[in-house]
Design a binder for this molecule. Structure first.
Ligand SMILES: [Zn+2]
Ligand SMILES: [Zn+2]
Length: 275
């Protein structure tokens, strides 16, 4: 079974067309790991048009309404472009709630897992970074897990300095807290061959970029391959975690073995070369 993986296309329609055409001609399932809308340029445009600072866009209701409209239009374009392609998606931290209703041609893995040719796929957004100048109420629910940051806040509230704890004590606390994670609760009893997460788990408490501890626990326990994006660079998910990270310039065609569910081979493409 073959899939084509991309993420972080941020409204680049010609890249999405490349993906859709390749998927159609080679009968590939398309896995999109999030970030179709481009919040940064939307905020910039609003600031320019209204003659206000970018920092003020988040508080400006009219600007937010306009951005919401633009997002909906962007998802309409996404939906038309992938028409006829078997698409499995998750939103990223740049994506708006309207993605769910508008992109009707995609199956959202973070809402419901899917079995593709006997291979099990689940999804988790796993990113907590609200783009500057965006009202978070309009974005998809990023709080479907517990971030490392929240864990640090919990330590602070309890007056615990995590540096004074033994590694095992921290692991135990994380485990206890990860039980509360909606993502962990949703997926803990499922078989996972592949987890599509916008941001792959870091599994590190001290990592500056917060990552979901429920997602981290799932990956540790179930050892799925992780297909992710978000960082706009870097190709392979490192360490003990296996999987692939796509970026705005890079997409993959992945051959998955239907017997052992593992990745048989990967072809890496640059959009420039594929066009
Ligand atoms: Zn992105
Ligand atoms: Zn992102």
């Amino acid at each position: 079974m073959r899939i084509i993986q991309a993420s972080d296309l941020h409204q680049d329609v010609s890249k999405l067309e490349t993906i859709a055409n390749t998927a159609k001609t080679q009968s590939l399932n398309f896995v999109f790991a999030g970030d179709w809308f481009d919040c940064h340029s939307a905020v910039e445009k609003q600031a320019e048009q209204r003659g206000i600072e970018k920092d003020a866009v988040g508080e400006n209701e009219e600007a937010q309404e306009e951005i919401k409209k633009k997002a909906k239009e962007a998802y309409q374009t996404f939906n038309t472009t992938i028409s006829g392609v078997k698409t499995y998606a998750i939103p990223g931290n740049h994506d708006f709630k309207s993605m769910y209703d508008t992109v009707t041609n995609a199956h959202f893995l973070n809402k419901e897992s899917a079995t593709i040719n006997g291979v099990k796929f689940a999804g988790a957004i796993n990113s907590y970074e609200v783009p500057k100048g965006i009202n978070p109420d309009n974005l998809v629910d990023l709080a479907d897990d517990i971030s490392d940051q929240e864990l640090m806040m919990f330590f602070q509230q309890q007056g615990i300095d995590p540096r004074t704890l033994k590694k095992e004590e921290i692991t135990k606390l994380i485990e206890e807290m990860s039980e509360q994670s909606p993502t962990y609760q949703r997926l803990k009893n499922e078989d996972l061959d592949y987890l599509v997460a916008h941001k792959g788990p870091t599994g590190s408490l001290t990592n500056k970029n917060p990552s979901g501890i429920g997602t981290g626990r799932l990956v540790k326990e179930k050892k799925p391959n992780v297909l992710c994006g978000h960082f706009h660079s870097g190709l392979v998910v490192g360490g003990e975690i296996t999987g692939l990270r796509s970026a705005p310039d890079t997409f993959y065609i992945i051959e998955i073995n239907e017997e052992d569910k593992k990745i048989d081979w990967v072809d890496t493409y640059e959009f420039e070369d594929a066009a």
